[in-house]
Design a protein around this ligand. Structure first.
Ligand SMILES: [Zn+2]
Length: 234
C-alpha cells in the first residue's frame, strides 16, 4: 500500500506556480481522496502562456490530435487557477482515466469520489462544462474571466479568505471523523493508552496495556517477537 507521502510526492512538481489557495485545496484534495481509498496524481497545474500556445498549435499548425480550444492566456491553467488529475492505480505506477472504475469497491466510481471532494473544497469541475467537457479538470475562477486575468486582475483578499475557509471547514470535518475512531483504553478504570477502532477491532499499544496489568514485556528485534509474561508465571 502506498503511503500518503508517496502519493503526494507524485504531484509535487505540478503544485509549483499554483495560486496559494489552489495549492492548499489541491493538497487537501489528495489527502481527502486518499482517506477514501482513491489515489490521484495531479498531471497539470500552472501552464505558461507559451506552453498553452504550443498545446493549441497541436492538431492545427503542428501534428497531433487537437487537445485544447484555449489559446495562450485563455485557460485558467495559465494563471495557476486550474489543475488536472488522473487516478493512480494501486501499483503506484499506472494511471487511469476510466470514469467508471471503482477500485475501492464502494459502488461509487473513484472518479466521481474525486469530483465530490473537489467540489466540497470549492473547485468547479470541467465535467460540468456546457461546451467541451473536461473530466480531469478542476478550476477556481473567483468570478474572473480569463480576459480579466490577462489584464492583471486578481482574486480579492475577501474571496481568498472565503476559499481558505472552505478548505479549513473540510479539514475540520475530516478531523472529526478521525476523532470518532479514537478509543480510550482503560485498565481497572485508569487510562493507559489511546486505541484506534477499525471494523470492530481495537488496536492499542500492547506494552502500555500489559504493563498496566502488571505483566512484563520483552521485544526481540531480530525475530520481531513480543513476549508478554503475566504475574502468575513468575
Ligand atoms: Zn485542465
Amino acid at each position: 500500500m502506498l503511503t500518503l507521502d508517496q502519493v503526494k510526492l507524485k504531484s509535487h512538481k505540478h503544485l509549483i506556480g499554483l495560486h496559494p489557495v489552489l495549492a492548499a485545496a489541491t493538497v487537501a484534495l489528495i489527502e481527502r481522496c486518499y482517506a477514501r481509498g482513491v489515489n490521484i496524481i495531479i498531471t497539470q497545474g500552472l501552464r505558461t502562456i507559451e506552453e498553452q500556445n504550443a498545446l493549441y498549435a497541436q492538431g492545427r499548425t503542428k501534428p497531433g490530435k487537437i487537445v485544447t480550444n484555449a489559446k495562450g492566456g485563455s485557460s485558467y491553467h495559465n494563471f495557476g487557477l486550474a489543475i488536472d488529475f488522473v487516478l493512480l492505480l494501486p501499483d503506484g505506477k499506472q494511471v487511469s482515466w476510466d470514469l467508471k472504475r471503482d477500485g475501492d469497491c464502494d459502488k461509487t466510481a473513484d472518479w466521481m469520489e474525486v469530483v465530490q471532494e473537489a467540489k466540497a473544497l470549492g473547485f468547479e469541475w470541467g465535467g460540468d462544462f456546457v461546451s467541451i467537457k473536461d473530466a480531469p479538470h478542476f478550476q477556481m475562477t473567483f468570478g474572473l474571466k480569463t480576459a480579466q486575468l490577462r489584464a492583471g486582475k486578481e482574486p480579492t483578499a475577501a474571496q481568498v479568505k472565503v476559499a481558505y475557509a472552505k478548505i479549513d471547514k473540510c479539514k475540520g470535518e475530516a478531523d472529526e471523523v478521525k476523532k470518532d475512531v479514537i478509543v480510550r483504553v482503560l485498565v481497572d478504570g485508569k487510562k493507559v493508552a489511546d486505541g484506534v477502532a477499525d471494523e470492530g477491532v481495537t488496536y492499542t499499544p500492547a506494552r502500555a496495556v500489559a504493563e498496566a496489568l502488571g505483566a512484563t514485556v520483552d521485544y526481540d528485534v531480530k525475530t520481531k517477537t513480543m513476549t508478554i509474561t503475566s504475574k502468575g508465571d513468575r
